[in-house]
Design a protein around this ligand. Structure first.
Ligand SMILES: O=C(O)CCC(=O)C(=O)O
Ligand SMILES: [Fe+2]
Length: 496
């Protein structure tokens, strides 16, 4: 984060020499309380932080963590002790946390989490002048909430550009594209959802329908009010897996279902999780959010592939292939078994800090998926997505033929990370194999063979390293013959 050199003006200017090669925006409105980045303390004659007594030995980040333990009245009380604590207790994340912890049944969104929690009109909340407080921890979220996203989504190097095609046949997808991200520009334009859905048309029809947005369930009209009147660094994202039933939608190809709203483009038609019928894991989500909302780096669940169709708005995508040989994307930290992904920064802060490096990293793929377009996320690929404008999208996860072995491997070897199944489906792997054996025994056999080959290759390499064996000596046969899962390392078989 660049330090801000001009202290006094309403609009702070960024020293152009401190900017990365990417053009970060040159104007950001001043912090509402006048808080400035920490670097400014070096030359300051006065520092409000001196008033916090013993707490001043703690870094600002730790003070904010301690404040997370307080309830609303306690935050208000400590906020009255001095201007520095006043500014600390104005941090929006604290109030968002309190709100989400015990969401009120009825409330009015009042433009900030604090005003909403306290149920006070914003006009009644004074902004004390804290211009002699210097804190990155307080200034950064505000700064990140106001940066322009355009510089990150522009000037994509040709080598990184995601492929754009009108459409694909199922055969083309299967033969050449299951491992590659791409955008299709045509199929979604046929959807009634594309022709009819806008935030306002949905508001009219579903204003009282309750949708899930992260940890809260809100009527759509409340969410739209939030979406249009917030300046959060990490805007609350509507991500609802039950939207089809909540909205009473019909889906299926228009030739079969005249009242349909949307359908899976035929090229993505094959989905082996469908053998599980009602026992399949969650597979489709309605995604709605304001500019800057989005999804930080992750891989999709259960080694599935996905499509993501933009009905309104546009999304910037940055993606990386993954394997046990490749590090995760810059700024992303993964636990040894890959079960925990830590990307400690907000999307905006990641963009400011790591985007330039990510763009230079081998394997980086980027693109903008515009209105009426659909993007393919291959199994195992890392992706970060940010809405460049308010957006409505539908996403669906599936297992294509090319990644059947990856899904089997994941269900078996990463059973603790399997997600999205109903609680009573206690044995997803066994059920999936049993149904595949009934319906597609040949493909199941093929997938097992593929996995065995990959695992044997890895075991052979391991034996060479550890025991000095040559390839000709070969590995011991896998236990039980046929099929050996679990080489015991972080298998990369799900990886293209
Ligand atoms: O639209 C988004 O925020 C991205 C959602 C996502 O990660 C996906 O569709 O796989
Ligand atoms: Fe995803």
């Amino acid at each position: 984060m660049p330090d801000i050199t001009s202290l006094d003006s309403e609009t702070v200017k960024i020293d152009p020499n401190l900017q990365d090669q990417e053009d970060t925006p040159d104007t950001i409105p001043g912090h509402p309380l006048g808080v400035k980045p920490s670097g400014n303390a070096l030359l300051a004659a006065e520092n409000l932080r001196n008033a916090i007594g013993t707490f001043s030995i703690l870094p600002d980040e730790l003070i904010l963590i301690l404040l997370e333990f307080l309830d609303g009245p306690s935050l208000l009380r400590i906020g009255r002790t001095c201007k520095a604590f006043y500014a600390f207790t104005r941090a929006e994340e604290l109030w968002k946390g309190l709100f989400s912890w015990s969401p009120p049944t009825s409330f009015t969104w009042r433009k900030t989490w604090r005003a909403t929690y306290l149920n006070l009109p914003l006009s009644q909340i004074p902004n004390l002048d804290c211009s002699h407080l210097y804190s990155d921890a307080l200034h950064r979220p505000f700064y990140c909430a106001h940066i322009s996203l355009d510089p990150f989504a522009c000037n994509i190097p040709a080598r990184n550009q995601i492929a754009r095609l009108p459409d694909l046949t199922p055969e083309e997808f299967h033969k050449e594209w299951t491992d590659r991200p791409f955008i299709l520009t045509e199929p979604v334009k046929q959807w009634p959802a594309y022709q009819q859905w806008t935030t306002d048309s949905l508001l009219e029809k579903y204003g009282d329908t309750v949708f899930r947005a992260e940890a809260v369930d809100w009527p759509f009209k409340t969410y739209v009010d939030y979406m249009r009147n917030n300046s959060d660094e990490r805007p609350l994202y509507l991500f609802d897996r039950a939207f089809v039933s909540k909205m009473g939608l019909k889906n299926g190809h228009i030739n079969q279902e005249p009242e349909t709203t949307y359908w899976t483009p035929p090229c993505f038609g094959e989905d082996f999780f469908s053998v599980l019928e009602n026992d399949r894991p969650d597979r489709q989500w309605l995604i709605i959010g304001p500019e800057r909302s989005g999804s930080s780096f992750h891989k999709d669940p259960n080694a599935t592939s996905a499509w993501n169709a933009v009905v309104r708005g546009s999304k910037y995508w940055i993606m990386f292939p993954s394997s046990s040989k490749l590090p995760p994307p810059p700024g992303v930290y993964v636990s040894e078994d890959q079960s925990e992904v830590t990307s400690p920064l907000s999307i905006a802060e990641w963009l400011l800090t790591f985007h330039a490096e990510a763009r230079r990293t081998a394997g980086c793929i980027e693109g903008i998926c515009g209105e009426g377009e659909i993007l393919h996320v291959p199994s195992g690929w890392w992706h970060l997505v940010v809405n460049l404008e308010p957006a409505i999208a539908i996403t669906q996860n599936f297992i294509p033929r090319g990644h059947l072995s990856a899904a089997l491997d994941f269900l078996y070897n990463k059973a603790d990370q399997v997600s999205g199944f109903r609680k009573d489906v206690t044995d997803p792997y066994e059920r999936f194999v049993a149904r595949m054996q009934e319906i597609h025994p040949d493909l199941l056999e093929q997938a097992w063979e593929e996995l065995n080959k990959k695992n044997e290759g890895k075991k052979r390499k391991w034996d060479e390293i550890v025991h000095g064996k040559t390839e000709d000596e070969g590995p011991e046969e896998a236990e039980g013959g046929g099929f050996s899962f679990g080489f015991g390392d972080d298998s990369d078989v799900e990886v293209p």
